[in-house]
Design a protein around this ligand. Structure first.
Ligand code: KIV
Length: 269
């Protein structure tokens, strides 16, 4: 018997893995507050990412670097409280996983105080992934363009265009899966490389600017609703252009991901 019999089932990592197996594409969007979280949930979005992109679209910074763990905890709690079905991932922000100890402490904050079901970290850090997974913390890797490393990269650019860079991203992806990651986000890489990685990995690969052959898609909510100032990245799309409401735009995105209609060639590299 359950006292929550009227609640829809919350998606789990097992459900996401099963979606990859049957070819059901995973729809994912970012959200940072309760109102958008509830709207995304109602529209059927499978995964909500509380991304540190909030540093740019909510706080107005020019990068994600100023975002703190406590800010991530606050926004994750707003999102997790309001959703019923969607799986919630929270970003570990810049320098929050420099050591294993910090990675554990900060992931615990995101899960215990924030209500996240999984944490995401950028880069090739299999030792951190393995350590967190051993503590019972599900981890999403993030390869390709790494926004937290923008000062090292010298800007936001497509990654993995050269064969040796592509090989390194593939090798890193395999290492993260071996270390125990349950999900991988690939950002701004050529569609051909992303497809190869998705086929080589057993875990779901969610793309942003990574082509239609990934197992799912994610966009920054404010970009696809056309409420970000500045240039919208090439890989994003204004879903408000043909929608009558925000809910309509989100539903259209969800259906377009499921039907492999988004991304199309114009959104790919
Ligand atoms: O912070 C974020 O929103 C992200 C997505 C761009 C994948 O990491």
């Amino acid at each position: 018997m359950t006292i929550y019999a009227d609640r829809p089932k919350q998606l789990s990592i097992t459900d996401l893995a099963a979606m990859k197996q049957v070819g059901d594409k995973i729809s994912c969007l970012t959200a940072y507050d309760a109102s958008f979280s509830a709207l995304l949930d109602l529209a059927g979005i499978d995964v909500i990412l509380v991304g540190d992109s909030l540093g740019m679209v909510i706080q107005g910074h020019s990068s994600t670097i100023p975002v703190t763990v406590e800010e991530m905890v606050y926004h994750t709690r707003c999102v997790a409280t309001a959703r019923k079905r969607a799986f919630v991932i929270a970003d570990l922000p810049f320098a929050a996983y420099a050591t294993l100890e910090q990675a554990l402490q900060n992931s615990a904050r995101l899960m215990q105080a924030g209500g996240a079901q999984m944490v995401k970290l950028e880069g090739s850090r299999p030792e951190v992934v393995g350590f967190l997974v051993n503590q019972g913390i599900p981890v999403c890797g993030h390869l390709g363009l790494l926004p937290q490393s923008v000062n090292r990269l010298g800007g936001y650019r497509v990654q993995g265009r050269h064969p040796e860079d592509a090989q390194k991203i593939l090798k890193d992806a395999i290492a993260l899966e071996k270390a125990g990651a349950d999900l991988l986000i690939l950002e701004c890489v050529p569609a051909k490389l992303a497809g190869e990685i998705a086929r080589n990995l057993g875990i779901p690969v969610i793309g942003i600017g990574a082509g239609v052959d990934c197992d799912g898609q994610v966009l920054v909510l404010y970009d696809m609703l056309n409420i970000s100032t500045g240039n919208r990245p090439r890989f994003s799309k204004n879903f408000m252009a043909e929608a009558e409401s925000i809910e309509g735009a989100i539903r259209h995105y969800h259906q377009a991901v499921k039907a492999l209609e988004f991304p199309s060639a114009e959104h790919c590299y």
